[in-house]
Write a protein that binds this ligand. Structure first.
Ligand code: NAD
Length: 356
């Protein structure tokens, strides 16, 4: 398929899947109040748009709205949206945002703890600093936002949920926290990505999710976490370009952020008593959840709408990679993807050397 054909085909597939998810979960989500931290851009913004479309009242709370005024205006003028400035590292700021949400909407049904630093924003743009070269300050900044900030937001916003007797808390973590075992000791699924202190912060938030879910299990409040997978967020293009300036391609093609919507609508629905016994204490990997629920695999959610310079790299890589897909998997295992990526890059390099 040509790039334009790919783009048309997959955009149509993605639009259909999002519409199907909206139809499925709208009855549970309409009129609920959803708060999304870090909702001015990136994944949070797309979640906000989806929840608005599902009929929810949506609050996006972000430390900065720089270059996001247009989205904030759209939120405000929707009649069901509110854009707030909120720094998750400040008690005062979080309390003020909570008061503003209660003043405007009177309740909180879903809280999506999406605000965060990733390696690519802490160490912009490439995001790769070996652990031994990180400083105390790097760890403090990362944990200040991703861990202490999230705990502060939960402790503040949960009050409304406890009063109501229902709610859904959703923590956004990362697949870098995963471990597995093939019969012996556990090992990390992809420790080669060089992402400290980011992954340590997400591991902390993952554990918090399980323990908090247990503590809140009789209150009607669900607590879950999800791992988006490699997704084109606000920082992505800068990182991809910085890495390509060193002659490498930034990992595999990212997914479009819309791929997170079906699962997030399902998780928001866990706040509704209509959904019966809510799912809680779960950690979901978005590509696997999508595949298992009829919402496509990794290829279906690829972002085929990249700027031409970045698209050219992924096209070249995909043409050079071995066909490593197998049935029954939303995506290949991380080790398999790594080997396929390395094989593709080797082939590209050999072709470049041969042409010289
Ligand atoms: N994009 C990916 O591939 C990916 C993969 C795994 C997990 N995640 C997670 O997804 C979430 C969203 O990240 P993204 O990739 O969309 O990045 P992003 O940088 O586009 O969005 C993060 C948002 O958080 C906000 N934020 C940062 N510090 C804040 C603070 N102190 N108070 C309030 N808001 C603050 C930023 O302003 C930004 O709008 C993060 O939790 C990230 O760890 C992303």
């Amino acid at each position: 398929m040509t790039q334009q054909n790919n783009l048309d085909h997959y955009q149509q597939v993605q639009t259909e899947m999002v519409s199907r998810a909206l139809a499925q979960w709208r009855p549970f989500v309409t009129d609920q109040v959803a708060v999304i931290t870090g909702g001015a851009r990136g994944i949070g913004k797309v979640l906000a748009q989806g929840l608005l479309e599902a009929g929810a009242k949506v609050v996006c709370a972000d430390v900065t709205w720089k270059d996001a005024d247009e989205f904030r205006d759209r939120l405000d003028s929707s009649g069901r949206g509110l854009g707030l400035e909120m720094d998750v590292t400040s008690d005062e700021s979080v309390r003020a945002a909570y008061d503003a949400v209660l003043d405007r909407f009177g309740r909180v049904d879903t809280l999506i703890n999406n605000a965060g630093l990733v390696s690519e924003t802490l160490f912009a743009p490439k995001g790769k600093v070996p652990t031994l070269e990180t400083t105390d300050q790097d760890w403090q900044r990362m944990f200040g936002v991703n861990v202490f900030g999230t705990v502060r937001v939960i402790q503040t916003f949960v009050k409304a949920m406890l009063d109501q007797g229902n709610g859904s808390i959703v923590n956004v973590v990362s697949s870098g926290v995963l471990m597995e075992s093939v019969g012996g000791g556990y090992f990390a699924t992809r420790p080669w990505t060089t992402e400290m202190p980011y992954q340590a912060s997400k591991a902390s938030l993952t554990t918090l999710t399980f323990y908090l879910a247990e503590e809140l299990k009789r209150t009607g409040i669900a607590v879950n976490a999800f791992m988006p997978g490699h997704t084109r967020a606000s920082w992505f293009d800068d990182t991809a370009r910085a890495i390509s300036s060193e002659g490498r391609i930034y990992a595999l093609r990212p997914m479009a952020p819309q791929h997170v919507l079906p699962l997030v609508l399902f998780l928001a629905a866990q706040a509704s008593s209509q959904s019966g016994e809510p799912a809680t204490g779960r950690l979901y990997h978005v590509p696997d959840w999508n595949y298992d629920h009829g919402y496509g695999g990794l290829q279906s959610w690829g972002d085929y709408d990249l700027p031409e310079d970045i698209e050219a790299g992924y096209r070249e890589l995909e043409a050079a990679m071995p066909d490593y897909w197998r049935s029954g998997l939303a995506r290949a295992r991380f080790d398999a993807e790594r080997v396929a990526y390395a094989a593709g890059m080797d082939k590209i390099k050999s072709a470049q050397e041969g042409a010289r």
